[in-house]
Write a protein that binds this ligand. Structure first.
Ligand SMILES: [Zn+2]
Ligand SMILES: [Zn+2]
Length: 727
């Protein structure tokens, strides 16, 4: 700007918070000169295209560096003060300014043109207009407890849509819009805006409270709003206001008068309903497509009463203490939206393309939880009030066995009153569910990745069963927590590798070794090692036995039942042999992992959850073993004795095998490990059975039986002279 610009003959300071155009008009009024003279003195363009287009000049939105320097030079007002008199401080926070044109973006943050006003404030100040009245977020005066006025009652125009006429001397407090009768050079309306009738609101009511919250936020627009819903760090103001706009639009589009009655007094609601009946009068600027569908989703409400109620209703949800209570506060609204026939599914609770905060999205989704597809509940983790959008979590498949760990299957499987599981293959279905938690992957892919053979339909049906079950929500919660635990802590076993290595394998152990052990341990040894093969496959892969190589997999329900029985009737020595075999198989493949593993959640994680199955550790192995009556017992009887389910007892016995064999087969473990030594003493060193029994501090019968089982040819009594005659 050129140097030596003269300062203005009178200086008057801007009011705190005053808009730049209001101040300049006030100066011109003081000087009793046409507005153009002040513009000229300040070096502001007085014939820019914006002026001829009859919109507010760009400098009311944001000042350029040159404009700032020039106004400061002439008026002595600091640049920082001048910038605060435009919309610049609110840019990106409460309004979005299009930088090239220095115009308000109307599609974002309820951007608008023109200004609302409080007639009582105008009367108090002699016609000074605060810059915040130009934001859609200003709808009430918290000093005078009235709604702001939207239009001049005489000409029905929105004030300050256009620049003050250049050749006229401003008259503060009066309407400067063109008079309604128009013409090419219309005269001014000049209606006194200070005396316009107002709608009063309660000073301590919710509408005033909502405006106070906004006013406070606008004093420091760059500071995050620390509302509990948004977590400990709060959220930037623009995020809160965007959420407010989204909810407010849903309120204006879908709420019934009854819904809104608790929020505002009748005269305010009446104004709102009048506005909703005819929201966009012909003279008003309209947003593209505004007539179609979600009217209020795009354009800022042109009425302060509508804005007040919409914002207040939105704040009821956004000011909730957490996602759950925000969901409860939003439920009436999402019910209305759903009833309107709008598609309501996660990610699209609001109009497509509308971005909302993860916290609000989670709350809206939670509010529809019971109506959501069960798989969507898992993907969006609604049961743990998650704000995390679903993502690709297929890597979790490596950490998951094809059938969920027996301990977790026991706890999480919903059952009928009879005790029967509510679904076949519940362990596999639960594993798929665990992979789907927070995951975007299709059900079909999840099924393939966990290596099961259940169908997508089975999964959907199971999840639907779960959501209907009284403890279903808690089961889903536990499944999600389990999935999160795996994602965070990993697993010491790569189940994908185990499946790849062992699923096609037809044999895991030497049948002869198994048979020999059987002969030593059991009165009626089973010649078929297939159950042992199943046990090894099952233990190594975590996959249920029916997924094994066809040579091993139980084919019929009867075979499956026999295998189940084998698992809990297994003797400690058998289990030892099988575990050693499994260990050896892993070692042969150079796999340095534990044979088996089960994830354990921290104690407090499941606190308060009601799960359908018992906690496996609620009965100690000692108590279990004490409760077994003898060699022959029924599992149902044992369950009754221990006051738990048969499934629980079956699980416990499989995990903690019990030596329930008849007394003559007891001490079998010791016998099994010593038998080879005894045979050597007997055959090579020709010790008598009694001598061996004495050496081992056991009975002669034990030694005799062990050697017979071992296939040793016993000598006739007294065949060796010099030895005791007894065998
Ligand atoms: Zn006021
Ligand atoms: Zn007017």
């Amino acid at each position: 700007m050129s140097a030596g610009r003269r300062s203005l003959p009178i200086r008057c300071a801007p009011d705190p918070g005053e808009a730049l155009d209001s101040w300049l008009e006030f100066i011109a009024a003081r000087l009793t000169c046409p507005f153009t003279d002040v513009l000229g003195a300040l070096g502001l363009p007085n014939r820019e295209t914006a002026m001829s287009a009859l919109v507010l000049p760009a400098w009311t939105i944001r000042l350029t560096r040159d404009e700032l320097a020039s106004i400061t030079e002439v008026t002595g007002v600091a640049a920082g003060v001048l910038a605060a008199m435009t919309l610049q401080p609110f840019d990106g926070h409460a309004v979005d300014i299009l930088p090239r044109h220095r115009r308000v973006n109307r599609r974002v943050l309820w951007g608008r043109a023109g200004s609302r006003f409080c007639p009582l404030c105008l009367a108090d100040t002699g016609g000074r207009w605060p810059v915040t009245w130009r934001l859609s977020w200003s709808f009430a005066c918290t000093r005078h407890h009235v709604l702001l006025v939207d239009r001049c009652p005489a000409c029905h125009r929105v004030p300050r849509l256009r620049s003050h006429p250049r050749r006229e001397t401003p008259r503060p407090g009066r309407c400067s819009s063109a008079a309604p009768d128009g013409g090419p050079r219309p005269s001014r309306c000049h209606h006194p805006l200070t005396g316009v009738p107002v709608t009063a609101i309660a000073a301590d009511g919710v509408l005033a409270e909502a405006q106070r919250l906004i006013d406070t936020a606008l004093t420091a627009p760059g500071r995050p709003a620390r509302w509990p819903l948004y977590g400990p760090d709060g959220a930037p103001l623009n995020v809160v206001l965007r959420d407010t706009k989204t909810l407010g639009a849903l309120v204006l589009n879908h709420a019934t008068p009854d819904d809104l009655r608790p929020l505002a007094p009748p005269d305010v609601l009446e104004r709102l309903e009048r506005y909703r009946a005819d929201p966009l009068p012909a003279s008003s600027p309209r947003a593209p497509d505004a007539r179609h569908g979600d009217l209020h989703s795009y354009a800022a409400p042109g009425d302060a009463a509508a804005t007040a109620v919409a914002v207040t209703a939105a704040f009821r949800i956004l000011r909730a203490a957490n996602i759950r209570s925000a969901a409860r506060a939003a439920q009436w609204l999402t019910d209305r939206v759903a009833a309107s026939g709008k598609p309501l599914y996660p990610g699209n609770v609001v109009a497509p393309g509308v971005a909302i905060s993860p916290a609000l999205e989670a709350a809206l989704r939670c509010s529809r939880e019971t109506m959501l597809m069960p798989v969507a509940r898992l993907r969006h983790r609604t049961d743990v009030d998650s704000t995390r959008p679903p993502a690709d979590h297929n890597a979790r498949a490596r950490l998951l066995p094809a059938g969920l760990w027996p301990e977790w299957t026991l706890r999480l499987t919903p059952r009928h009153a009879s005790g029967r599981p509510a679904a076949q293959h519940a362990d596999e279905l639960l594993a798929v569910a665990c992979l789907l938690a927070g995951n975007t992957t299709p059900i079909r892919a999840a099924v393939r990745l966990t290596g099961t053979t259940v169908s997508s339909h089975n999964v959907s049906t199971f999840l639907a069963t779960l959501t209907r079950h009284p403890n279903g929500a808690d089961v889903l919660r536990a499944v999600i927590l389990l999935a999160d635990h795996l994602d965070t802590h990993g697993a010491p076993i790569d189940y994908t590798r185990r499946r790849a290595l062992f699923t096609t394998r037809p044999q895991f152990m030497d049948a002869q070794a198994w048979l020999e052990l059987q002969r030593r341990l059991r009165s009626n040894p089973s010649p078929n090692p297939v159950h042992a093969e199943r046990w090894l496959f099952h233990t190594l892969t975590g996959s249920p036995a029916h997924l094994a190589h066809p040579g091993i997999a139980p084919a019929s329900p009867a075979q499956r039942q026999h295998y189940q029985r084998f698992r809990w009737r297994i003797l400690p020595a058998e289990a030892d042999l099988l575990r050693h075999t499994a260990r050896r198989l892993l070692d042969e493949h150079g796999i340095d992992e534990p044979v088996q593993w089960t994830p354990q959640l921290p104690g407090h994680a499941l606190h308060g959850l009601q799960l359908p199955g018992p906690h496996p550790h609620s009965i100690s192995p000692e108590r279990l073993h004490q409760a077994v009556p003898g060699s022959d017992f029924s599992i149902a009887q044992l369950a009754r004795t221990l006051e738990t389910t048969t499934a629980h007892v079956v699980h416990l016995l499989s995990e903690h095998p019990l030596d329930w064999s008849p007394p003559r087969f007891r001490r079998t473990q010791h016998t099994a490990t010593r038998a080879a030594q005894w045979r050597q003493w007997y055959e090579r060193d020709h010790l008598s059975l009694q001598a061996i029994a004495d050496l081992e501090e056991t009975t002669l019968a034990t030694i005799r039986l062990a050697l017979l089982k071992n296939g040793t040819q016993l000598r006739p009594a007294g065949s060796r002279p010099g030895r005791p005659r007894r065998k």
